[in-house]
Design a protein around this ligand. Structure first.
Ligand code: SPV
Ligand code: MG
Length: 541
C-alpha cells in the first residue's frame, strides 16, 4: 500500500495530466474518492464555507486540521490541504506540517499573501503579497519539519492575482522552488488561460505546475496537457453543487409543506448510511460484539421425566411435550437464540434419546433417576462459560424475562416472581427470601437474595416471591458457582442436592446474588393443568 504522501508525489511527478477535486468534509471526501479521483483538494474556500464563515482565516487552523482529519480517516487517496498562508510565520508553518503529517494529510499548499488572507477572487489586485525571503523561509521551515520524505509542500504564486506580470510570477516561483517547494501552483483570475499558458512556457518544467481553472473553466483540458501542467485542481465544485441542491430542496420543502415531492429527488437515507460505512460497522459488530454474545451459553436442565404428567411422559421426557405444536425445549432454545445465546447445552436423562432440537449440545446425566438437579448441572461443567444462563427445561416465559437477565451487569443474577409468593403452584416451588420486597419500580431495585427454600415459612409474607428457576453468571459469578459446586460435590448427600442448595452455598460464601423481580409472565410445566395453562400462555406465540 503506497503511502498517501507518496501517492500525492506521484500525481505531481506523473507524465499524465492529473486531477484532484475539492472536498470539505468526510462525506464529500468519500464522494470524491468513489468518483474515481486520485486525490482531494481540501479547499480553504469550501472548508470555511461549510463552517458558514468567510475565507479570511475566520476558522482557526486547528478547526481546519480537525476537519481534514475526518476527511483523511474515511478515504484512501491523498489530501492536499489549502493551507492559506501557513497560518502565521515560519514557526506556525513548522507546527502545521507536523500536525498534518500526524493526521494523515499528504501535502500542503501555501500562498504568498499575508495573514489573515482573503480569497483571491475578492479584490485580488488590491491584495499585498508576502516578502519573497520571508515566504522562502516558510517553505524551507515546512520542508525541514516533515518526517516523511514524500510529504509535499506546494508554493502558490499569487503574483497574477495581485496585478503583477509574468516576470514577477517567475521570479517568485523560482525563489520558492529553490527554497524547496515540491511544486508551484500558479493562480490566475482571468477568464482565459493566457497568464497560465505564458507562465508555463516561461517556466519550462523546472518543477511540477499546478493550476486552479475556476475562472478560466471553459478552457479545453487538452490545452493544459499541451502546456505540460501536472495537476489540475477543480477547486470548489462540490461545495457549490451541494449548496445548489440544498437551496432547491429547502425551498421546495418550505413551499410544499410535505416531503412527498422531494423524496424521490434526493438521495436515500440508505445511501447516507452507505457513505458513512454502516456495513463495515455491521461486520465489525459480528466480529467483535455479537461474537462475544455468541460465546454466551445456556444450560438447560432437562433430565427429569415429569412424574406428575403421568402417561404423557411414558415415551418422552417432559421437555419434549408439545405446547401448541412446539415442544417446550424448542421454545426455550428459540428464546436463547433470540438473545444471541448460541451455545445451548441440554442436560438430558430420562429418555435422552428422544431429545431433539436444532443447534444444541446434548449431555446425559446417566444417573438421572437417583440424582438431583445439581448432579445434572455438574454433568454440563465442560460447557460452563463466563457468560452463562442456567435454567430449568420446563419453563415458559415472555422474551423480556431472559433479556433482562442477559442484560444484567451483575456477576450473579436470578429472576424472582414477586406475584407467586403464596399462590397455588405445582411442583415444589423455590421460595425466595430477599433483601427487600418488590416495589414494582420501573427501573428495578437493587435487591439481593438472602436465602432460597422450598418450604414456605409459617408467615407467607416472609418470602418475597418464587425463584423461577433461572440464573445468569458473568466471569466472577461463574467462579463463585464453580467453587460452590466443588464444595457441595464433596458432601455425602450431593446426589440429592438441588439448585437451591447451590444458591444458598454461594450466598454463604459471601457473594451477592442480584434479584430481578418480575410479576407473572412465566410458568413452569409440572402437571396436566400446567400444560393447559401453557397452551393459553403461548397461544399465538
Ligand atoms: C480555495 O479553494 O480555497 C482556493 C482556490 O484557494 S481559490 O478559491 O481559487 O483561490
Ligand atoms: Mg483557498
Amino acid at each position: 500500500m503506497i503511502s498517501k504522501p507518496a501517492q500525492l508525489r506521484s500525481l505531481l511527478l506523473s507524465d499524465e495530466l492529473e486531477f484532484i477535486l475539492e472536498a470539505h468534509n468526510g462525506i464529500s471526501s468519500r464522494i470524491v474518492e468513489e468518483a474515481g479521483f486520485r486525490g482531494i483538494w481540501a479547499s480553504g474556500l469550501a472548508l470555511s464555507a461549510q463552517f458558514g464563515v468567510r475565507d479570511n482565516n475566520e476558522a482557526s487552523w486547528t478547526q481546519v486540521v480537525d476537519m481534514v482529519e475526518f476527511m483523511a480517516d474515511v478515504t484512501s487517496i491523498p489530501i492536499l490541504l489549502d493551507g492559506d498562508t501557513g497560518y502565521g510565520n515560519f514557526n506556525n508553518m513548522r507546527r502545521l506540517v507536523r500536525k498534518l503529517e500526524q493526521r494523515g494529510i499528504a501535502g500542503v499548499c501555501i500562498e504568498d499573501k499575508l495573514f489573515p488572507k482573503t480569497n483571491s477572487f475578492i479584490a485580488g489586485d488590491r491584495q499585498e503579497l508576502a516578502d519573497i525571503n520571508e515566504f522562502c523561509g516558510k517553505i524551507a521551515a515546512g520542508k525541514d519539519s516533515q518526517t516523511d520524505d514524500d510529504f509535499c509542500v506546494i508554493a502558490r504564486v499569487e503574483a497574477f492575482i495581485a496585478g503583477w506580470d509574468c516576470t514577477e510570477a517567475i521570479r517568485r516561483a523560482e525563489a520558492y522552488r529553490a527554497a524547496g517547494a515540491d511544486a508551484i501552483l500558479i493562480h490566475s483570475a482571468h477568464s482565459q488561460p493566457d497568464q497560465i499558458l505564458e507562465f508555463a512556457t516561461e517556466w519550462a518544467n523546472r518543477a511540477p505546475l499546478v493550476i486552479v481553472p475556476t475562472k478560466y473553466y471553459s478552457t479545453p483540458t487538452e490545452q493544459f496537457r499541451h502546456a505540460n501542467i501536472s495537476l489540475v485542481i477543480w477547486a470548489n465544485h462540490l461545495i457549490r453543487s451541494a449548496v445548489s441542491a440544498m437551496q432547491e430542496t429547502a425551498a421546495r420543502i418550505h413551499a410544499e409543506q410535505t416531503l412527498v415531492e422531494v423524496e424521490d429527488d434526493i438521495c436515500s437515507v440508505k445511501e447516507i448510511f452507505r457513505l458513512q460505512g454502516a456495513d463495515e460497522l455491521a461486520d465489525a459488530e459480528r466480529r467483535y460484539f455479537l461474537d462475544s454474545r455468541k460465546e454466551a451459553s445456556a444450560i438447560i436442565l432437562a433430565a427429569s421425566r415429569g412424574d406428575e404428567l403421568a402417561s404423557l411422559t411414558d415415551e418422552r421426557p417432559k421437555v419434549m411435550l408439545p405446547i401448541n405444536g412446539k415442544p417446550l425445549l424448542e421454545r426455550l432454545v428459540e428464546r436463547c437464540k433470540k438473545q444471541q445465546i448460541n451455545n445451548v447445552t441440554v442436560v438430558a436423562g430420562y429418555k435422552a434419546d428422544k431429545i431433539a432440537a436444532t443447534g444444541i449440545d446434548l449431555v446425559v446425566n446417566e444417573n438421572f433417576a437417583s440424582t438431583g438437579e445439581l448432579a445434572s448441572l455438574a454433568c454440563a461443567r465442560a460447557s460452563f462459560r463466563d457468560e452463562m444462563v442456567v435454567m430449568y427445561g420446563d419453563l415458559i416465559f415472555r422474551g423480556y424475562v431472559l433479556r433482562g437477565l442477559v442484560e444484567s451487569d451483575r456477576e450473579f443474577t436470578i429472576v424472582v416472581d414477586s406475584r407467586a409468593a403464596d399462590v397455588d403452584s405445582s411442583g415444589s416451588p423455590d421460595f425466595a427470601y430477599c433483601s427487600a420486597s418488590d416495589d414494582r419500580s420501573l427501573w428495578g431495585q437493587d435487591v439481593t437474595l438472602e436465602h432460597v427454600s422450598n418450604s414456605p415459612t409459617a408467615n407467607a409474607a416472609d418470602n418475597h416471591g418464587r425463584w423461577i428457576g433461572m440464573f445468569r453468571t458473568r466471569a466472577s459469578g461463574r467462579q463463585w458457582l464453580e467453587r460452590a459446586l466443588d464444595e457441595l460435590s464433596s458432601r455425602a448427600d450431593f446426589e440429592s442436592l438441588s439448585l437451591r442448595d447451590l444458591l444458598n452455598q454461594i450466598i454463604g460464601n459471601g457473594h451477592p446474588i442480584r434479584v430481578i423481580y418480575i410479576h407473572g409472565h412465566w410458568l413452569d410445566v409440572n402437571s396436566v393443568q400446567d400444560l393447559e395453562k401453557a397452551g393459553v400462555f403461548t397461544a399465538g406465540h
